[in-house]
Design a protein around this ligand. Structure first.
Ligand code: AMP
Ligand code: TRP
Length: 335
């Protein structure tokens, strides 16, 4: 019974690069959706360390980030009994299929890839891995007969490329891959950072998800509070616009992730001139929200992480290798 029910669920795949400590922007912008999808979909989640290799060149750092990414995902509630959670580099079928897809798509298509194009536009040297990045991502997705891929709007093109690559393969060799669709939550929170710009590791404006209370307090106290109102934030596609004007907007926009408008409106109007008090409330609210995850984080041992990564990767490998047996047959490399 249970088996049959599982089989009717749509397959969902998503991945995250192990490129540093998670912040609340990652959580509300992406990972919270992963958690919600676990019930409805047959989920496969990957820590894509070979993608991170396009930018991280320090072995110890890559290892540490990858390990921590797994611990973080488990601590927020990714459940290895419900979803497959695996390390990309342990399933060699990914780079293998990426090569085969590279042989099907034109250079002109990859030249238009955002990550590559943006780097070149900035006059920076892009490595060939960055150029081929979309086909590795395509391989991630289509190896698992994925129906849907939840991603931020910035990843829309990459999922289109995956669909295109699947279609090209199917056309050349016969129907083999499901052509995946992106799932983009249109008004997903673009979480502002402590300076009002998009929260991002590269801007140094983050509030860490698993920070200690002191670290959270330090980040919140550094939030720039000026006289901007929530109306000034219409450029940030931030959930639904608040029903009334609130200030200081930067603080409020972050606070809104943790408490509903109905509680925040009166609180913010009662503290119009006391930003410090508002910040102290926000620190407490973040702390209360994070505390259970932090506790779970601390309870997960290194051995747990290793075992879960091994088991999840073995499950992924079984699916991917069956798919690749078919692919090898079809392309003519089996003798
Ligand atoms: P990154 O670390 O930038 O590769 O982001 C990992 C995931 O978190 C991506 O799916 C992003 O869309 C999401 N993300 C990162 N920063 C933010 C932010 N400030 N607001 C919303 N989502 C974010
Ligand atoms: N490129 C994605 C990002 O930077 C990460 C990623 C790699 C991914 N492979 C994937 C996301 C497959 C979804 C599906 O966020």
């Amino acid at each position: 019974m249970e088996q049959a029910k599982l089989g009717t669920k749509k397959r969902l795949f998503s991945g995250i690069q192990p490129s540093g400590t998670l912040h609340i922007g990652n959580y509300f912008g992406a990972l919270q959706q992963w958690l919600e999808h676990q019930a409805e979909f047959d989920c496969v989640f990957s820590v894509v360390d070979y993608h991170a290799l396009t930018s991280v060149k320090d072995a110890a750092l890559l290892r540490e980030n990858t390990f921590n990414a797994f611990r973080d995902l488990l601590a927020i509630g990714i459940d290895p009994n419900k979803s497959i959670l695996f390390q990309q580099s342990r399933v060699q079928e990914h780079p293998e299929l990426a090569w085969i897809l590279d042989c099907l798509v034109p250079v002109s298509m990859l030249e238009l890839g955002h990550a590559y194009k943006d780097k070149v536009a900035k006059g920076l040297d892009a490595n060939a891995g960055l150029f081929n990045y979309p086909m590795l991502m395509a391989a991630d997705i289509i190896l698992y007969d994925t129906d849907v891929v939840p991603v931020g709007a910035d990843q829309r093109q990459h999922v289109e490329y995956a669909r295109e690559a699947a279609a090209k393969f199917n056309l050349a060799y016969g129907k083999t891959f499901v052509e995946p669709k992106e799932m983009i939550v249109e008004n997903v929170a673009i979480v502002p950072g402590t300076d009002g710009k998009k929260m991002s590791k590269s801007y140094g404006n983050t509030i860490p998800l698993f920070g200690s209370r002191d670290e959270i307090a330090k980040a919140v106290m550094s939030i720039v509070t000026d006289s901007t109102t929530t109306e000034d934030y219409s450029h940030v596609a931030f959930q639904k616009a608040p029903l009334q004007t609130v200030r200081p907007a930067n603080l409020y926009m972050i606070h809104k992730l943790f408490k509903p408008d109905s509680i925040l409106f009166p609180l913010y109007s009662a503290n119009q001139n006391n930003y410090k008090a508002l910040k102290e409330i926000l620190i407490e609210d973040i702390d209360v929200f994070v505390a259970p995850m932090r506790e779970k984080w601390a309870s997960i041992t290194d051995a747990d992480v290793k075992r879960i990564v091994e088991e999840g990767s073995a499950k992924a490998k079984a699916i991917a290798s069956a798919k690749m047996a078919d692919v090898r047959q079809k392309i003519g490399v089996t003798l």
